[in-house]
Design a protein around this ligand. Structure first.
Ligand SMILES: [Cu+2]
Length: 197
């Protein structure tokens, strides 16, 4: 500690002639350069994963798209041909959509081991979202951030060894009841596939 203080003082004394000691400002410069490097290539920001949603009879009813963003991921959901009203929508932990019940997708994606629901004091699952509102014409859309998640790599990776799926439920998510918000049957499912755009 004493050495650092003495060296800093010496540095300050000869500041006009230049000083080779590593300083906090030097480190900040290095960090800035490191952060800019991936952006230059433009590839990291372009990564995404898409789940094509299908009902039990194989009808295409929209798409859930997840893209990387600063500090996590971003979900963009859009559906057509769905029953009007509120529907629970979640990311489920296994990338498998076996009709007709889609139970193969497993429980909610929950890498941080929380309880279900945005209104739950012990929540929420990383794959929890607000309800999807489907209009009278059967269309609906939603966009939400998923903070702290990654597409690949790290403890909160969406595309882990068994992948992930997106599920639309028949009923409304009460945002409280563990583990699934009492949102009823699974009426549409899509497996997330990595895409580059
Ligand atoms: Cu669900």
């Amino acid at each position: 500690m004493r050495n650092i203080v003495l060296t800093s003082a010496a540095c300050a004394a000869i500041a006009l002639t230049g000083c080779q000691q590593e300083s906090p400002s030097n480190e900040a410069d290095i960090a800035t350069v490191t952060e800019e490097t991936p952006t230059t290539g433009g590839m990291v920001d372009a990564e995404s994963a898409t789940a094509a949603l299908q009902t039990a009879d194989g009808t295409s009813v929209g798409e859930a798209r997840i893209s990387t963003m600063d500090g996590g991921l971003n979900l963009t959901l859009s559906v057509t041909g769905m029953p009007p009203g509120n529907h629970g929508v979640h990311i489920h932990q296994t990338g498998k959509c076996d009709a007709p019940d889609f139970k193969s997708a497993g429980g909610h994606w929950n890498p941080t081991d929380k309880e279900h629901g945005l209104a739950n004091d012990n929540g929420s699952h990383m794959g929890d979202f607000v309800n999807l509102e489907v209009a009278a014409d059967g269309t609906g859309s939603l966009e939400r951030p998923i903070k702290g998640a990654t597409l690949k790599g790290g403890a909160n990776a969406l595309l882990d060894s068994d992948g992930a799926a997106f599920i639309v439920h028949a009923g409304q998510d009460d945002q409280m009841t563990d583990p699934s918000g009492d949102s009823g049957d699974r009426i549409a499912c899509g497996v997330f596939e990595k895409t580059a755009s």
